[in-house]
Design a protein around this ligand. Structure first.
Ligand code: K2U
Ligand code: ZN
Length: 175
């Protein structure tokens, strides 16, 4: 089955902190092979978004599908996504991350964004997003810049959360 799942990197893996590089024409084969596997990995997690750095690839590539369980899947593959506008108005939403298992916190982000990207056919796309899709896209594009949702918290909360995760991972290893 080519859409074999990939291991998801967990904090504090340094590869999660790299700034990913733009996808170029030479990366066509890699992206065509990686995108379906990222979608399979995301669905299996389960998750509603996944960025290439989370599976160890430093390409500016993300996949999202915010369709609910009752709806038909609506997978999106976004190559070199860019946020080209964002509202001043912010919205608060609880976030989690597949690379910080079991950690959740309220994060404030622009309520609505306008983004531009390339699709798998190489066509330029542009759309506005808000709500869960808007948050998910901002969360995934953060991953392409080595930014994790805990980086939007106060240093105190961020360090508490990272320490808690490290302790839980150590406990799981020692068991
Ligand atoms: O990038 C990731 O780690 C997947 C994230 C994406 C995400 C985080 C916060 C808010 C929206 C999307 C999640 O772990 S996917 C899991 C999930 C599922 C439903 C709602 C929120 C998060
Ligand atoms: Zn994440």
């Amino acid at each position: 089955m080519i859409d074999e799942k990939l291991p998801i990197l967990i904090v504090p893996d340094a590869r999660l902190r790299l700034k990913a590089r733009p996808v170029g024409p030479a990366d066509d084969d890699i992206v065509r092979a990686l995108a379906p596997r990222m979608l399979a990995t995301m669905y299996a997690a389960p998750g509603i978004g996944l960025a290439a750095p989370q599976v160890g690839s430093n390409l500016r590539l993300i996949v999202v599908d915010v369709a609910g369980k009752e709806e038909a899947p609506a997978p999106m593959v976004l190559i070199n996504p860019e946020i080209i506008a964002a509202t001043k108005e912010m919205a608060l939403r609880e976030e989690g991350c597949l690379s910080l298992p079991g950690q959740y916190a309220d994060v404030e982000r622009p309520e609505r964004i306008k983004l531009r990207w390339l699709d798998l056919e190489g066509s330029r796309q542009e759309m506005e997003a808000e709500g869960l899709l808007g948050v998910c896209l901002q969360h995934e594009i953060d991953h392409l810049n080595g930014v994790l949702f805990v980086d939007h918290l106060s240093p105190l909360k961020r360090n508490m959360m990272l320490r808690k995760l490290a302790k839980e991972l150590k406990k799981a290893r020692d068991e």
